[in-house]
Design a protein around this ligand. Structure first.
Ligand code: ADP
Ligand code: MG
Length: 718
């Protein structure tokens, strides 16, 4: 046996426990050893029976003089009572509802017990103690009593007692053969115990201080691996070649001057950081993060313009068809004067806009579009994940002639592999990658995962934006709210109505649920109601994922940019297809039905669809199940307009793992918690740097290297 042995191969773990371990994600001996207690109870206070006092928490040791099981006829509870004796006295022991104990404990056994002494009607007794048998000569190797005992999170029916038993057996067998991945110099510098000692002390501590020291070591260790992984990934990136894109100031100036607004300082700074990165001969990997509505698209457009004016191609991938089309339209307008050939690829239809076509786009076949990309006749391609699909016979994958820049919008919507596919090398090397998101990364995670280097933040909204007024609408206020909305529409503003997510408890055929038809039905019902009963005087439109492509496009156009007043949609009823990215500055009301069914982050995204102009905007949260709890959650949204703060709230609830995709990867909870510890992050970062500087490929640290390799495979770095 070694630490990589699967728990299945452990002879003292039965089939039931194997299943339970599996459910906890514990696969190997190492996982088991790194399943740490979350607290300790101190029972090291061993007393003689004569000295023990009522109310005291203590451990007693002695011989079982008698034991029997009975049933209280009143409460139908089973009682096991025993009498424990030592040199100076005897005390009653009572266990509740564990009738099997009479089979395990026999008269004459020597026991060690830990628990609390209570006062009963007929005198004092030790109540429900944990216990274990003591054998001659082994008094010092107690596991569950008379010491500081470890308590593990109670999950999947794995009792602390069982975990202590199995972990102790493993540690005893592996002894000091466990190789220590932490380099000596680090252990020395921070005074950390070696791996074996640390594992013993975290599970079976001699004192609370040494448990704490062990815990510190493991917190450090996990973050240290993470930092190492990040540094090594960076090194790998810096060994790749990317096209160098000198900054074409002339074009960029012309571009910014052509905008109907002035860039914010944050936008300028971010754009500059991106341009600076892409000047270098190694691939950029930068995340542009800015709250909803902060203006990330223009920043990306600047980077794209620069790439194209250097004679290279650029590509942008976004998660939904609706968003991709919007990007196509906006960017086309933004870059219209710069003589660019732009393509649109969604899997449903493919469009092309060329510098020769001064005013309109044409539709071409996917095959044609791919050909053009490959021949370099498209400067900038915009698309959904259809961009990276295929590669088979029927739908050939995308190839570029000389791709220099890939932009991924709403990057949290894509998986790691999808992003990697977009970056597939071509003849000109690895393209620069710009990822964009409104999902804030908490500061500590930004530090760990991205380092300050590769993160650009847009910290301000464009000037003149008003704070969105967010309100929870009670059932009795519904009518009043409709009236208010009518006034807004009469003023010329527009409204989004978001239909509720289908109630998770609702009975819907699985297939229907999967394909999203239930959502469609909800939208249709809401549409009927609003267009016929509530707002008959206005033009109401409907949007959902199942509409034909053309229809979606027409509706978005009539809503965002109608050809005539007559065509204009005032109120758009939609599913969450408009969740991310959609930009209609004239819309000022976001009305969300069944708001309680969405998560905070998602609601914040919805709200971000309004408040994109100088007009005062509103977000109305309707909820079908008003209750204290719902209200409290929604209130967080009312109280803060900052995505950062909401993310922190989310972080409290969900834990940081979700943010970087390591939740499922078997990293101990301890490490998760330490992701919130700035001081520790900085320490481990420094330590990782020092090691890597001295020993680039970790050749002199084979154990560390092995661990780091495994760790690297587990986490997602983008
Ligand atoms: P997001 O960061 O959510 O992707 P967008 O890029 O969609 O935001 O921009 C939101 C809106 O703000 C767009 O209508 C855009 O034209 C506008 N905008 C962007 N930058 C500025 C600015 N500096 N001043 C005024 N409006 C801006
Ligand atoms: Mg956007």
């Amino acid at each position: 046996m070694d630490i990589f042995t699967p728990v299945e191969n452990l002879h003292n773990v039965g089939p039931v426990y194997k299943k339970r371990l599996k459910r906890l994600g514990i696969k190997t001996v190492q996982d088991l050893l790194y399943h740490f207690p979350h607290k300790y109870e101190d029972f090291s206070n061993v007393k003689k029976i004569a000295e023990a006092r009522t109310g005291e928490q203590c451990s007693l040791q002695g011989k079982i003089l008698e034991i029997e099981s009975s049933r209280t006829w009143k409460k139908k509870m089973s009682l096991t009572t025993a009498l424990l004796g030592d040199e100076g006295g005897a005390l009653k022991i009572v266990w509740f509802n564990q009738p099997y104990l009479v089979k395990m404990i026999k008269q004459g056994d020597f026991l060690s017990l830990s628990g609390k002494i209570l006062q009963g009607k007929d005198g004092a007794y030790l109540s429900n103690p944990s216990f274990e048998k003591m054998y001659q000569g082994e008094e010092n190797s107690l596991t569950h009593t008379a010491r500081i005992i470890s308590i593990y999170p109670q999950t999947e029916n794995l009792s602390s007692r069982w975990l202590r038993y199995i972990i102790k057996a493993i540690l005893a067998q592996l002894g000091s053969s466990i190789k220590d991945p932490l380099p000596e110099e680090i252990k020395k510098e921070y005074g950390f115990p070696g791996i074996s000692k640390a594992l013993w002390q975290i599970h079976f501590p001699d004192s609370l201080e040494s448990a704490e020291k062990a815990k510190e070591r493991f917190s450090f260790e996990n973050l240290f691996f993470l930092e190492l992984a990040i540094l090594r990934y960076r090194m790998k990136l810096s060994s790749l070649k990317a096209p160098q894109l000198p900054i074409s100031l002339k074009h960029i100036q012309r571009f910014t001057e052509s905008l109907p607004f002035k860039l914010t300082d944050s936008q300028r700074k971010s754009a500059w950081q991106i341009l600076k990165d892409s000047e270098k001969p190694r691939p950029m990997n930068r995340l542009l993060q800015g709250d909803v509505g902060s203006g990330k698209t223009v920043v990306a457009a600047i980077a794209v313009l620069n790439a194209v004016k250097n004679g290279y191609q650029a590509v942008l991938m976004a998660p939904t068809e609706v968003l991709v089309k919007q990007h196509f339209n906006t960017i086309w307008k933004l870059l219209n004067n710069f003589k660019m050939d732009i393509g649109l690829l969604t899997g449903k239809e493919d469009k092309f806009f060329s510098k020769k076509l001064k005013t309109d786009s044409i539709e071409i076949s996917r095959k044609k579009l791919l050909e053009k990309a490959k021949e370099g006749e498209i400067d900038f391609l915009i698309g959904t994940h259809a961009l990276i699909q295929g590669g088979g016979k029927r739908s050939p994958g995308i190839r570029f002639k000389n791709l220099a820049l890939a932009v991924v919008d709403e990057q949290h919507r894509f998986g790691v592999e999808q992003r990697a596919k977009l970056l597939a090398d071509d003849s000109s090397g690895t393209p620069h990658l710009l990822s964009m998101t409104a999902t804030p990364i908490p500061r500590t995670l930004a530090l760990t995962v991205y380092g300050d280097l590769d993160l650009s933040l847009i910290t301000e909204l464009p000037k003149g934006r008003k704070k969105i007024i967010t309100k929870i609408v009670l059932p009795e206020e519904r009518e009043k709210t409709y009236q208010f909305i009518k006034k807004e529409v009469k003023k010329g503003r527009q409204v989004f109505v978001l239909c509720p997510r289908i109630d998770p408890g609702q009975e819907i055929p699985e297939e229907e649920k999967m394909q999203g038809w239930a959502e469609v039905r909800a939208v249709k019902e809401e549409y009927e109601k609003l267009s016929k009963e509530v707002f008959p005087e206005f033009s109401v439109g409907m949007m959902h994922g199942k509409l034909p492509s053309k229809e979606k496009e027409r509706i978005m156009k009539d809503f965002s940019n109608p050809v005539s007043k007559r065509k204009k949609i005032d109120i758009l009823v939609s599913t969450s297809v408009i969740e991310v990215g959609i930009d209609v500055p004239n819309a000022t009301v976001m009305m969300i039905e069944g708001a309680d069914r969405f998560g905070l982050a998602q609601l914040h995204q919805f709200r971000g669809r309004v408040g994109r102009s100088k007009y005062q905007s509103y977000c109305f949260l309707f909820s079908d199940s008003p209750g204290k709890k719902t209200e409290m959650r929604l209130k967080a949204l009312v109280d803060t307009d900052s995505g950062f703060k909401l993310a922190e709230k989310d972080l409290e609830i969900r834990g940081p793992g979700d943010f970087i995709g390591i939740r499922q990867s078997g990293i101990a909870d301890l490490a998760m918690k330490s992701l919130g510890n700035v001081e520790l992050i900085e320490k481990t970062r420094k330590a990782a740097k020092e090691i890597i500087e001295k020993d680039h490929d970790l050749r002199n640290h084979p154990v560390l290297r092995e661990k780091a390799d495994i760790f690297q495979k587990m986490i997602h770095l983008e």
